[in-house]
Design a protein around this ligand. Structure first.
Ligand code: ADP
Length: 476
C-alpha cells in the first residue's frame, strides 16, 4: 500500500506501534495468568494427593488392593478431588464417584508416567466424561514393581471459566487502549498535518504567481516559523519585483529623455540655418551632453548585468589606494566649485598599499562622490578621509546633504533601489559599488541621518609586509 498523506503515515506508525505493544503486553499478561492459575491448581492437587497417599499407605500397607480402596474412599476428606484406584497395569479398580471395575483401562499420559515409576501429572479431557481435568497419578510400589496407582483428578471447569473471563477482559482492555491511541494519533496527526496543508495551499497559490497570499499561522513552533519564513519570502519577492518594475519604467524614462532631446536637436539643426553658428554650437553641446548621459546609463546597465551574472573580472595590482582616490578628488574639484560645495580631502602621508583594480575602485569613488554632490545643496561640504586601521585602508566620504531616511537606508545598496529624490539615476550605482568593494574582500557601509548628511565607509584589506615583498618579487 502506498501511504501518501502525512496524516496516514503518522496514524499508521503510531497504530502499528501501539498494536505491537498492546499485543505483547497482553500476551505476557495472559501467559502469566494462565500459568499462575493452572500451576497452582496442579500443585494443590499434587500436594493433596501426596499427603493422602503417604498417610493411607502407612495405615493400610498390608491390606489387599480392594481393601485399600474401600478404606480410602471412606476416609476421603471432602468431595472436591476425585480419587481412583488403578492396578499396576492401569485397570480401574474403584472410583470415588462409584464407577468400579468393568474392565476399564486408563491410558492417559499421567497413568503412563506412573507406570514408569514416576508421579504423573496431566491436564486434558477425561476420556470417560469428556470434561477438562487435572490428573495426578502416584504409583504404589512393592520392590521394583508398581502394584497399584492412586489417581486424583479435579475438574477444570470453574478454573477455565475464570481464566477465559480474565483473558476476555484483557482483550477488551487491549482493544480499548488501541482504539484510544488510534483516536489520539489521529488527533495529533491532524494537528501536525492541518497547518502543513494550509501552508502548502498558500505556497501553491504563490507558485501560481499570486504573491499577495499570506500564510495565517499563529503557532510558535517549527511550522509557525516556516509560515513566517514563507511570508517574509513572499514580501521580499514582491518588493523586489516592484523594484524591478520601477527600475524598468524609470530606466526607459531615463533613456527616452536624452533620446528625445538628441532627436529634437538634430532635427532642429537639420532644418535650421547652417550659418547660425551659435545655434549649431548650442545644439551640438546638448547632443554631446545627452549622449554622455546615455552612455553612462548604458555603462551602468552593462556593469550591472555583469555583476548580476557574477562575471566581473578584477585586474588587481599592488598600488597605493590613495592614488585613484586622489585622482577622483581632483576630477571633482571643478564640479564642486561650480555647485558651491566644498570638497575637503585628507589622505595622510603614509601609503596605503593594497591589491586592487584601480579602474574599478575609481568607479566606486566617482559614484560615491557623484551621489554626495547630487544630494548636497549649495554651501554644503564633503569630507573625504583615508587612513590605516587594523590592517585595513579605511576611506570615508561624508557629506552634509539631505541624508537618507532610516527606512530607505538598508535598501539603497540594493540593485534597482532609488530613493524618492528626483535627482536619482538608475538606482544601480551603490549596488555596483558594494559589489566591487566586496569582490576586493572589503566592506562597503552607509550611515546617514536625514538633513544631517550621509557617510560612506569603504574598507579594503591592506597588504602585509610579507605580501608586499612577494608582490615585488613577482614583478621583478
Ligand atoms: P542612483 O543612480 O539613483 O543615485 P545609487 O545606487 O547611487 O543610485 O543610489 C541609490 C539611492 O540612494 C539614491 O537614489 C538616493 O536616494 C540615495 N543616496 C545615495 N547616496 C546618497 C547621499 N550621499 N545622500 C543622500 N542620498 C543618497
Amino acid at each position: 500500500m502506498r501511504l501518501t498523506s502525512l496524516r496516514t503515515r503518522i496514524v499508521w506508525s503510531y497504530g502499528v506501534l501501539i498494536v505491537l505493544v498492546v499485543v505483547m503486553l497482553g500476551s505476557l499478561f495472559g501467559t502469566l495468568v494462565w500459568n499462575y492459575y493452572y500451576s497452582s491448581a496442579v500443585s494443590s492437587v499434587l500436594q493433596r494427593a501426596q499427603t493422602e497417599a503417604v498417610l493411607h499407605d502407612r495405615m493400610i500397607a498390608d491390606e489387599p488392593i480392594k481393601e485399600k480402596a474401600r478404606y480410602m474412599l471412606q476416609n476421603m476428606a471432602d468431595g472436591t478431588a476425585h480419587l481412583q484406584l488403578l492396578t499396576g497395569s492401569g485397570e480401574l479398580v474403584v472410583d470415588s464417584e462409584g464407577f468400579g471395575g468393568g474392565g476399564v483401562t486408563l491410558d492417559t499420559p499421567d497413568v503412563r508416567q506412573a507406570m514408569a515409576h514416576d508421579k504423573g501429572i496431566w491436564r486434558g479431557r477425561d476420556p470417560v466424561t469428556n470434561e477438562r481435568i487435572i490428573a495426578v497419578t502416584l504409583p504404589v510400589k512393592e520392590g521394583d514393581r508398581v502394584t497399584a496407582m492412586f489417581r486424583y483428578t479435579a475438574s477444570l471447569v470453574t478454573l477455565d471459566t475464570i481464566i477465559r473471563n480474565i483473558l476476555w477482559l484483557t482483550v477488551l482492555v487491549g482493544s480499548f487502549v488501541v482504539l484510544l491511541f488510534f483516536a489520539m494519533s489521529l488527533l495529533i496527526a491532524n494537528r501536525i498535518a492541518r497547518p502543513i496543508r494550509n501552508l502548502t495551499k498558500v505556497a501553491e497559490k504563490m507558485a501560481e504567481g499570486d504573491w499577495s497570499r499570506r500564510a495565517a499561522l499563529n503557532d510558535r513552533d517549527e511550522i509557525g516559523r516556516l509560515a513566517d519564513t514563507l511570508n517574509t519570502m513572499a514580501s521580499e519577492l514582491t518588493r523586489r519585483e516592484k523594484l524591478k518594475e520601477d527600475f524598468i519604467s524609470s530606466i526607459s524614462h531615463e533613456l527616452r529623455t536624452p533620446l528625445t532631446s538628441i532627436k529634437g536637436w538634430s532635427e532642429t539643426l537639420a532644418s535650421g540655418d547652417p550659418a547660425d553658428v551659435e545655434e549649431l554650437n548650442l545644439g551640438l553641446a546638448i547632443i554631446d551632453r545627452e549622449t554622455e548621459r546615455l552612455s553612462g546609463l548604458v555603462e551602468d546597465l552593462l556593469d550591472f548585468s555583469k555583476l548580476y551574472a557574477k562575471s566581473i573580472v578584477l585586474h588587481p595590482e599592488m598600488l597605493d589606494i590613495r592614488k585613484p582616490l586622489g585622482e577622483t578628488l581632483w576630477q571633482f574639484e571643478a564640479r564642486g566649485q561650480r555647485e558651491s560645495v566644498a570638497i575637503h580631502g585628507e589622505t595622510g602621508d603614509e601609503p596605503l598599499l593594497a591589491k586592487v583594480d584601480a579602474d574599478r575602485m575609481k568607479q566606486v569613488f566617482i559614484n560615491v562622490l557623484d551621489n554626495a554632490l547630487k544630494f548636497t545643496p549649495k554651501g554644503g561640504a564633503i569630507y573625504v578621509q583615508a587612513r590605516q586601521e587594523d590592517g585595513y585602508a579605511r576611506m570615508t566620504i561624508r557629506d552634509t546633504g539631505c541624508g537618507i531616511p532610516p527606512e530607505d537606508l538598508p535598501h539603497v545598496t540594493e540593485k534597482f533601489y532609488k530613493g524618492s529624490s528626483q535627482r536619482s539615476g538608475s538606482g544601480l550605482g551603490l549596488a555596483i559599488c558594494k559589489e566591487i568593494v566586496e569582490l576586493h574582500g572589503g566592506v562597503f557601509r552607509l550611515d546617514s541621518a536625514v538633513d544631517a548628511g550621509t557617510t560612506v565607509m569603504i574598507s579594503l584589506p591592506l597588504l602585509t609586509d610579507a605580501q608586499q615583498q612577494g608582490e615585488q618579487q613577482e614583478r621583478a
